[in-house]
Design a protein around this ligand. Structure first.
Ligand SMILES: Cc1cc2nc3c(=O)[nH]c(=O)nc-3n(C[C@H](O)[C@H](O)[C@H](O)COP(=O)(O)OP(=O)(O)OC[C@H]3O[C@@H](n4cnc5c(N)ncnc54)[C@H](O)[C@@H]3O)c2cc1C
Length: 487
């Protein structure tokens, strides 16, 4: 009988899934990708709201294997990122490996392999299962009474209804995060009647977003030019990141700069509403390309700060009894950042499910693996997001590490999982790094929610790279296919 090929199954065809797919293709490993939607792109396919631009330099949001010399702007509009991601999938011949419109419902480690079942009723068997299912993927709707009563169009920012004309409507945007800021700014400048409902003010980065010049594009194409620029960006990220990690003059200067953005707000009452009462950087910072603070001072834009009591057919009623009449309602209320691969059912060794494993707290080893779940890997799992650092850079390191682990496990005819002790050491190391960072100090954000520490990487970027380059072999055990740990 012919020997069965070693096989990897990947869930999700966003940036992470495609990066993994290309790496597996180059390594000549048999694999398949299952994507629940009909197209690639994940975040960039789902989020099509007005005003969405990438928050890191476009140049930083590139797969290392496919440079793009043609970004239109310093920070590309979301549609351009999506076009680039689709082009990568096409150019690299990845779409032929993708099963579109097939959501993976369950994955069970059984007899040394992963048995995977999809909503379409098909199943697959893989030696390795990689969850590239996104960390900002499951939209969250606010728990406000009367949501079903609203008479007009109402949708989440990640499900934008493009059939609704902008003009001639009174728009209500619920949420002060990055999406809420960008949507409000875009609609305000478009001349729409727009009200943003906020519970607390955000720090907003007012930035310039110039078009790319021919000179800049040429520089990248010169011999060695692209690599030189990439190295410069990498250095910048490491140095620039420091103010988030430790108090000092850099942090104070950043706060002063952000505070100065508010100087253009003329009415003291509005300025008070828009002034944050927590430390800069504690939440992911919304980026504004067309000056949000100027936008919300237009006569057609309004900020309502406070708590919403209920949604009524023609608008919103605040807890102070005021009524704001609206025709369209947008929930810019974010995502469940701790859903990860769920609602998929994942079952590891001894029948332990992911729900059981994460009942007390969410954890991982390096954001990529879990004790008790052999040959299961996550891309951007718990503790992987490095604040305001482009996702492709982090993926490069994660995928490199996963490929080394897969290679080792395959050579030993085993499945690999981190040990519990190594996972605890990893978590303790991150836990020790939080004091002094911007993520502690009372602000509530999506990194923290109900977890003991914020669920992100609180160390410099270069330590992220070093962590994956130097994972000690004793951090893992190799489990033969019959399930017994190998010495
Ligand atoms: C509005 C918004 C703006 C952002 N801006 C930036 C930015 O400027 N810079 C930055 O670095 N990051 C940004 N991010 C973070 C962004 O999510 C990542 O950059 C990146 O796109 C994540 O890619 P991913 O492939 O890991 O996840 P996703 O893009 O979420 O893709 C996951 C894919 O998995 C699929 N999937 C999920 N579950 C299943 C299942 N069970 N079976 C099959 N398929 C499944 C989904 O349909 C999706 O296609 C932003 C996020 C949001 C929401």
């Amino acid at each position: 009988m012919a020997e069965r090929e070693f096989r990897v199954v990947v869930a999700g065809a966003g940036v992470s899934g495609l990066f993994m797919a290309e790496t597996l293709k180059q390594a000549k490993i048999d694999f398949a990708v299952y994507e629940k939607a009909g197209e690639v792109g994940g975040t960039w396919r789902d989020n099509t709201f007005p005003g969405l631009f990438v928050d890191v330099l476009s140049r930083q949001y590139e797969f290392p294997f496919q440079p793009n010399y043609n970004w239109s702007r310093k920070y590309a509009p979301a549609g351009e990122i999506w076009e680039y991601v689709k082009k990568v999938a096409e150019d690299r011949g990845l779409t032929r490996f993708i099963h579109f419109n097939e959501e993976i419902l369950s994955a069970r480690f059984t007899a040394g392999r992963w048995l995977i079942e999809t909503a379409a009723g098909s199943s697959d068997i893989a030696d390795v299962f990689v969850c590239a299912t996104g960390f900002l993927h499951q939209p969250v709707y606010p728990d406000i009474p009367g949501r079903e009563d609203f008479a007009g169009p109402a949708f989440h920012s990640a499900r934008w209804d493009h059939s609704v004309p902008y003009q001639g409507r009174r728009w209500g945007i619920i949420g002060s995060g990055a999406s809420g800021v960008q949507i409000t700014e875009a609609l305000a400048w478009a001349g729409c009647e727009v009200t943003q409902f906020i519970r607390r003010a955000q720090w907003v980065h007012i930035r310039e977003n110039p078009h790319a010049t021919w000179r800049e594009r040429l520089k990248l194409r010169l011999p060695g030019g692209y690599d030189r620029e990439q190295r410069r960006l990498w250095k910048f990220i490491n140095e620039f990141d420091r103010w988030r990690l430790e108090p000092g003059p850099q942090r104070a200067a950043m706060e002063a700069e952000y505070r100065s953005y508010l100087d253009c707000v003329r009415a003291p009452e509005l300025k008070a509403k828009l002034t944050p009462d927590y430390n800069l950087g504690c939440t992911r910072i919304p980026k504004s390309d067309r000056n949000y603070y100027e936008a919300v001072q237009l006569p057609n834009a309004h900020i309502v700060k406070g708590h919403i009591a209920r949604i009524v057919p023609d608008g919103i009623v605040m807890t102070d009894g005021s009524h704001v009449p609206l025709d369209v309602l947008v929930y810019a209320t974010g995502f469940d950042p701790h859903a990860y691969m769920r609602p998929m059912h994942v079952t590891g060794l001894n029948g332990v499910t992911i729900e059981e494993a994460w009942r007390e707290r969410i954890y991982s080893y390096g954001g990529i693996a879990l004790p008790g779940f052999p040959n299961l890997f996550m891309l951007y799992g718990p503790f992987a997001p490095v604040n305001n650092v482009p996702v492709p850079l982090g993926l490069d390191q994660e995928i490199g590490a996963i490929m080394r682990l897969i290679g080792e496990a395959r050579a030993r005819g085993a499945a690999v999982a981190p040990t519990e002790a190594a996972t605890e050491r990893f978590l303790a190391r991150l836990g020790d790094a939080f004091p002094g960072t911007v993520w502690v100090g009372g602000c509530k954000n999506w990194y923290t929610s109900d977890q003991p520490t914020p669920v992100l990487w609180p160390l410099p970027q270069n330590e992220h790279r070093a962590f994956f380059a130097d994972m000690p072999p004793e951090d893992f055990h190799f489990i033969p296919i019959d399930g017994r740990p190998q010495p």
